[in-house]
Design a protein around this ligand. Structure first.
Ligand SMILES: C[S@@+](CC[C@H](N)C(=O)[O-])C[C@H]1O[C@@H](n2cnc3c(N)ncnc32)[C@H](O)[C@@H]1O
Ligand code: SF4
Length: 385
């Protein structure tokens, strides 16, 4: 994988609506029975883009990510208008990566050509599972056949596409997952996101799980499922480049690399987060989550920010560690020292290395191993202590 230029600058745009709420999901997504006023949202997106660009002039946008929620519910004209607004207020790199998250239903696949014409060049599809029983359990509105048909349309419509699967689902065995993943890889071109099911507080799955009505694989099986994921993907030329993301060499999602490498990005839309470098200080920004309240803030103030905090050295360095160690390329400890003003503790590094959780390579980079990844949070907490 080639290292990103330090000038990478991403723009994230959040579309906060879905047709129905999946019982495992705690993303900022809302279901509306009345029609959504896309024109009003389009104007608000353009306004917030203008305000944010005024604080970050001179940047060249290297990636744009339209995430959600379900951005594939937006009309292609709305997507085109958002991309035009970004292009009006920032310079755009010739090879900009423009990703749109899509749900793999037939209705949405009919819009792919329109998104392509609007400037989207990469699509990320939420396939989640390749069998109908699991899809029903996950509360999805599409069948496996419909998802694979959408993948085929994505393949024809875009230069690049990826899809997401969720594993460690109720009743899933390592053998079942190996078969499903092998089938998925046949359909994948260059990139797959493979997420272990997380039981998020406040979701219907959380209540069912707590009541013993939803049984997920225990720790030992989850570990086997993780190992199967690494083996099958590596065997087929899609090694992990991040704890949940796999790609052929050079096909990594450049936008997500911006987050994990601690680069700069703007967050636009309800509940979007940003990291902006202004006058030498790193700002952590977040906007109002509720769509209506966000609209009203943008219409009144030109932006929906509710948080705009300057990170101190320690916060910045901890974030660098937390995000960077998710990547198989690891981190440069000298950058950590430059950010925090102190080097990582050599004794802690030695203990983690003896336990097989990390390696320190000839190039000086510190990397989490396959043994360390399943306990990444503990590794990071230990190093940052
Ligand atoms: C915000 S969703 C957007 C994609 C799109 N709305 C869809 O569902 O097809 C991004 C991805 O997060 C993953 N995800 C969401 N909640 C999860 C959970 N509780 N555990 C594991 N993965 C999850 C799913 O794979 C999903 O495709
Ligand atoms: S998983 Fe996707 S479709 Fe389901 S509620 Fe979350 S954002 Fe919406």
């Amino acid at each position: 994988m080639t290292r990103a230029e330090p000038t990478a600058f991403g723009v994230y745009v959040h579309w906060p609506f879905c047709l129905s709420k999946c019982p495992y999901c705690d993303f900022n997504s809302h279901v509306r029975h009345a029609a959504i006023d896309e024109e009003r949202f389009r104007r608000a997106f353009a306004r917030e883009i203008e305000t944010t660009a005024a604080r970050t002039s001179g940047r060249e946008v290297t990636s744009i990510f339209l995430g959600g929620g379900t951005p594939s519910l937006m009309r292609p004209q709305t997507v085109g208008a958002i991309l035009d607004a970004i292009g009006k207020h920032w310079r755009i790199a010739d090879d900009v990566e423009v990703t749109l998250e899509a749900n793999p239903t037939s209705v949405e696949a009919t819009r792919f050509a329109g998104y392509r014409a609007a400037g989207v060049n990469r699509v990320s599809l939420g396939v989640q599972a390749l069998n109908d029983v699991s899809l029903r359990e996950l509360g999805r509105l599409h069948s496996a056949r419909e998802a694979l048909d959408a993948v085929a349309i994505a393949r024809k419509s875009f230069e690049r596409y990826s899809f997401d699967l969720i594993y460690a689902r109720p009743g899933q065995t390592p053998a079942m997952w190996a078969d499903e993943l092998t089938l998925a890889i046949k359909e994948a071109a260059e990139h797959l996101s493979l997420y272990q099911l997380t039981i998020e507080e406040g979701t219907p799955f959380f209540g069912l799980h707590a009541a013993g009505k939803l049984k997920t694989p225990d720790e030992a099986v989850a570990r086997m499922l993780y190992d199967v994921t690494q083996e099958v993907c590596a065997k087929h030329g899609l090694p992990a480049y991040e704890i949940s993301n796999h790609a052929r060499k050079g096909a990594e999602c450049r936008h997500n690399l911006v987050y994990w490498r601690g680069e700069e990005y703007a967050g636009i839309g309800p509940g979007a987060h940003g990291r902006l470098d202004i006058n030498g200080a790193r700002h952590a920004t977040a906007t109002e989550k509720r769509p209506k309240a966000w609209l009203m803030r943008v219409e009144a103030n030109g932006h929906g920010l509710i948080t705009d905090d300057v990170l101190n050295c320690e916060e910045r360095a901890d974030e660098f560690l937390l995000m960077g160690l998710r990547l198989t390329e690891g981190i440069d400890p000298t950058r950590y020292a430059a950010l925090s003003g102190r080097a990582l503790d050599e004794r802690r590094i030695a203990v983690l290395r003896d336990e097989g959780a990390i390696t320190v390579d000839g190039d000086g980079r510190l990397r989490v191993t396959q043994t360390g990844f399943p306990v990444l949070d503990a590794v990071v907490a230990d190093l940052a202590a």
